[in-house]
Ligand binder design. Sequence first.
Ligand code: PGA
Length: 253
Amino acid sequence: MKKIIAANWKMNPQSQDKAEALMDKTIKELSDLKDADVIFNVPFLFLKDLLKYKKNHIHIGAQNVFWEDEGAYTGEISPLMLKNMGVEYVIIGHSERRRYLKETDEMINKKILKALKNKLKVILCVGEEAKNDSFDVLEEELQADLNGIVKSSFKNIIVAYEPIWAIGTGAADNADDVEQKILFIRRLIARLSNTKTAFDVPMLYGGSVDEFNSSSFLRKENINGFLIGSISLKPKYFLSIIKQTSYAPAKGN
Ligand code: PGA
């Protein structure tokens, strides 16, 4: 499976000019990229402008979406608006939204179902709160988030396993443990669909990925790429991670 490197710019940068400058700098060296797909998940305000950068291996995504197509929902953005604008991907269920905006699994499930119905590709974020939380936490979260998703829709889902304790802390999880968690997630998805479907779902790791620790994750065949926050705002280091995908195992899972 081709590696996927997804950037999560979060609430950055602070102007359209800066967003374009960041994009220019980042994709300058990506023209002959063969071994990875790069997805830039940017603030809503910059989507229209940054969609001009979309091409074969460069994709543009949003960081959130609402669960209805239209109506009286002040301040929200619908999946249909995103689709009509040409956006391909959307992050759903990021832990910062679960935490600061009190998004529940039920809300996340509704968002996923509506995004899929509108032919958006979903990057679903899941992950346990504390380092010693059991696998049950993940299981409960995934089962609630993926409730009612039909087998044929899994081809439009990417799962980002992001242990909350590792996000933005500088303390990434280790590659062996991440692979175990990812295999656990795959088994769970296999129960909801089948083994082949589950092994075709790209599984990303997120949480303090940087240019130094990235190679250990990329060596694992079950880790199909990353969701990267702070380093995605630093083109030099972000590019260095993308370039490392050329040395990752060629075979899929
Ligand atoms: P980080 O963020 O890379 O800054 O830890 C990852 C994320 O929140 O998706």
